[in-house]
Design a protein around this ligand. Structure first.
Ligand SMILES: CC(C)(COP(=O)(O)OP(=O)(O)OC[C@H]1O[C@@H](n2cnc3c(N)ncnc32)[C@H](O)[C@@H]1OP(=O)(O)O)[C@@H](O)C(=O)NCCC(=O)NCCS
Length: 494
C-alpha cells in the first residue's frame, strides 16, 4: 500500500514521501498545479503477489475517473469560479456581456482574445455571414434522414460531412502541420474554417429543422443578424420582406451568448481530444456535437421539459421531489460539476424568459417550474449537496414558448457552442510546444496473462449475464417469417 505524505512548502513545491521505499520527492508547484508526470518518477520494487499489470516499477499512476481534478490544458479563454458562481469570457463577466454585447461579438472575443473594434467586427461578421451557404449537394444528405430523425443526429452528421467538401482543410491530405505552424498562411487556412463553421452552423441547424417539417430549404438571407438569419432560415415561407420579431431575435442572441462557451465541459474536451490527433476541425466539431447530445450535457434542457410535463402540475411537485430524494428520478436542470451555487447564466436566462413570455404568453409549465425551483432551493437534500439551477432549468421554457420542438433544444445549445469549441481548438493548435495527442492511461484490472484455449476445449466461463451477449428481440421479424420454411431451415415451433 502507498502512503504518501504531502507537505506544501514555501518554495512552491510539494514534498512527497513514498512510504513504500522511504524516498522523498520534491514536485514543483506552478500556477497552483503539479505536473502529473512527476509522479511517474515515483517507483517501488514489485512485491511478491503484486500484479505485473500494476507496473509498480514503472512509476506511480494518477487515477481520476471522470476528470474530477485533472487539468488537461493551460487556457486563456473562460474562467469559472464554481463556488462564487462566476463566469467570465476572456476576463469579462457574463452579466456585462449579456447586457452590452452580442453573440457574434462574443464569438470574436472567445476566439481571438479581445473585444473587436468596429472595423474588426464588420470584417468578422461579413466573413461569417458570407460563409453561410451550403453546397447544393448537401441537400441530399438531409433528405436521406427519416422524417422523425433526432435533429442532433442530423447536425452531427452534417458537421462531419461538411469536412468532406474541404480537402484543403484536412491535415491528412494537406499536411499534418496545416494548423500548428502559426504562419500567416496557416492562420488564414484556420480562420477560413472558423468562418465556414460559424457561418454554416445556423444553416445546417435550420436545414435539420426544415427537413423534418417537410419544408424546402432556403438560401441564407443577406442583411440580417446571426440569430435573425437563423430564424429566417427556419421560418421563412416565401413572404416578402420577412423580419423576425426583434424581442425573440434578441432573446435568442442572449441565449446564444450565454451558451457560447463554458470551458472544458464534456463536449469541449471531446473536441480537444479529437482535435489532438490533428484531425480536421469539421470532424472535431462533429465529435463535440455528439458529446453534447447526451442527457447529462446538452440534452438536459430537453430533459427539463419532459420532466415538467411528467410532473403535470405544481401540486405534484412535493411528490416528485420525494422520488428524486429516493434516487428514483433526477431533478433535471439542477446540479453542475463545477458550480456549487446557482449557475450565473441561470439568472440571465430567467430574466430573458420573462421578456419572451411578455410577448408569447406564459408557458403553462412555468408554474410547475417555479414551484419546483422554490421547493428544491429550501430542501436539505439539494442545499446540503449544493445543487442549484443550471442554465438548462429555464432555457427549455423559452425555447418552448418560442415554439421549437422539444428535440430541437440541444441543437439550440450546440449551434452557439461552436464558437467556444473553435476558440479552444484554435488555442490548442497554436499552443507553445505544439500539440500532444491526448492519450490517457488506465488502471488495468483484467485477467493476468493466460494461454489461448482451442474452441473444442472451452467451457462457458461467464459468471453473470453481463459476461455474454444478451438474447435480443428482433422486432422486424413477424410470426409469418418464423413460420416459413426454406432451404437449410426447419419450420419453427412457436
Ligand atoms: C450535472 C451533473 C451530471 C453533475 O454531476 P456530478 O458532478 O458528477 O455530481 P454527482 O453525480 O457526484 O452528484 C453529487 C450528489 O448530488 C446528487 N445529484 C446531483 N445532481 C442531481 C440532480 N440533478 N438531481 C438529484 N440529485 C442530484 C447525486 O445523486 C449525488 O448524491 P449522493 O451524494 O447522495 O450520491 C448532475 O448534477 C446531473 O445529472 N444533473 C442533471 C442533469 C443536468 O441538468 N445537466 C446539465 C448540466 S449544465
Amino acid at each position: 500500500m502507498v502512503r504518501a505524505t504531502l507537505v506544501k512548502q514555501r518554495n512552491e513545491s510539494l514534498t512527497v514521501k513514498d512510504e513504500r521505499t522511504g524516498k522523498v520527492y520534491s514536485i514543483p508547484i506552478t500556477e497552483n498545479s503539479i505536473p502529473a508526470t512527476a509522479f511517474k518518477k515515483i517507483v517501488a520494487p514489485r512485491k511478491g503477489g503484486e500484479r505485473e499489470e500494476d507496473e509498480t516499477e514503472r512509476g506511480l499512476r494518477v487515477l481520476d475517473k471522470g476528470f474530477l481534478n485533472t487539468a488537461v490544458i493551460r487556457s486563456e479563454i473562460t474562467y469559472i469560479d464554481g463556488e462564487a458562481g462566476v463566469l467570465r469570457y476572456r476576463g469579462y463577466p457574463i452579466e456585462q456581456l449579456a447586457v452590452n454585447s452580442s453573440y457574434l461579438e462574443c464569438a470574436y472575443l472567445l476566439i481571438y482574445g479581445s473585444l473587436p473594434t468596429r472595423t474588426q467586427f464588420r470584417t468578422f461578421e461579413n466573413e461569417v455571414m458570407h460563409h453561410s451557404i451550403m453546397h447544393h449537394d448537401s441537400e441530399e444528405l438531409y433528405s436521406s434522414f427519416r422524417y422523425d430523425s433526432h435533429p442532433m443526429a442530423i447536425l452531427t452528421s452534417a458537421f462531419a460531412a461538411l469536412g468532406s467538401n474541404h480537402a484543403d482543410a484536412n491535415p491528412s491530405l494537406a499536411g499534418q502541420n496545416l494548423y500548428t505552424r502559426g504562419t500567416p498562411e496557416s492562420l488564414a487556412v484556420m480562420d477560413k474554417q472558423i468562418f465556414r463553421l460559424l457561418g454554416k452552423a445556423t444553416t445546417m441547424a435550420a436545414m435539420a429543422y426544415r427537413v423534418r417539417q417537410g419544408r424546402a430549404f432556403v438560401t441564407p438571407p443577406v442583411g440580417l443578424s446571426y440569430t435573425g438569419s437563423f430564424l429566417y432560415q427556419m421560418d421563412h415561407l416565401g413572404e416578402e420582406g420577412y423580419k423576425p420579431n426583434p424581442v425573440l431575435e434578441r432573446a435568442l442572441d442572449v441565449l446564444f451568448l450565454v451558451h457560447a462557451d463554458h470551458e472544458l465541459n464534456a463536449s469541449c474536451t471531446t473536441v480537444l481530444q479529437t482535435g489532438s490527433s490533428l484531425v480536421d476541425p469539421y470532424s472535431a466539431i462533429a465529435a463535440g456535437c455528439a458529446s453534447l447530445y447526451g442527457p447529462l450535457h446538452g440534452g438536459a434542457n430537453e430533459a427539463v421539459i419532459r420532466m415538467l410535463i411528467s410532473i403535470g402540475s405544481p401540486d405534484n411537485v412535493p411528490q416528485f421531489l420525494e422520488q428524486v430524494k429516493r434516487k428514483e428520478s433526477v431533478l433535471s436542470g439542477f446540479g453542475h460539476r463545477v458550480y456549487r451555487t446557482s449557475d450565473p447564466r441561470s439568472f440571465i436566462v430567467r430574466k430573458t424568459a420573462d421578456e419572451v413570455f411578455a410577448i408569447t404568453g406564459k408557458d403553462p409549465l412555468l408554474e410547475t417550474a417555479m414551484r419546483l425551483h422554490d421547493e428544491a432551493m429550501k430542501d436539505d437534500y439539494f442545499v446540503s449537496r449544493k445543487l442549484a439551477p443550471n442554465v438548462d432549468f429555464w432555457s427549455g421554457l423559452i425555447y418552448r414558448a418560442m415554439g421549437f420542438p422539444l428535440d430541437f433544444f440541444p441543437v439550440l445549445f450546440a449551434v452557439p457552442r461552436v464558437a467556444g469549441w473553435l476558440a479552444h481548438w484554435r488555442q490548442m493548435m497554436l499552443q507553445e510546444g505544439g500539440v500532444k495527442i491526448w492519450r490517457p492511461r488506465q488502471i488495468y484490472v483484467g485477467p493476468e496473462v493466460r494461454e489461448f484455449v482451442p474452441i473444442e476445449q472451452r467451457k462457458d466461463e461467464s459468471k453473470s449475464p453481463r459476461e455474454k451477449p444478451t438474447e435480443v428481440y428482433h422486432s422486424g421479424q413477424s410470426r409469418r417469417y418464423w413460420l416459413a420454411e426454406y432451404k437449410g431451415k426447419e419450420r419453427a415451433k412457436l
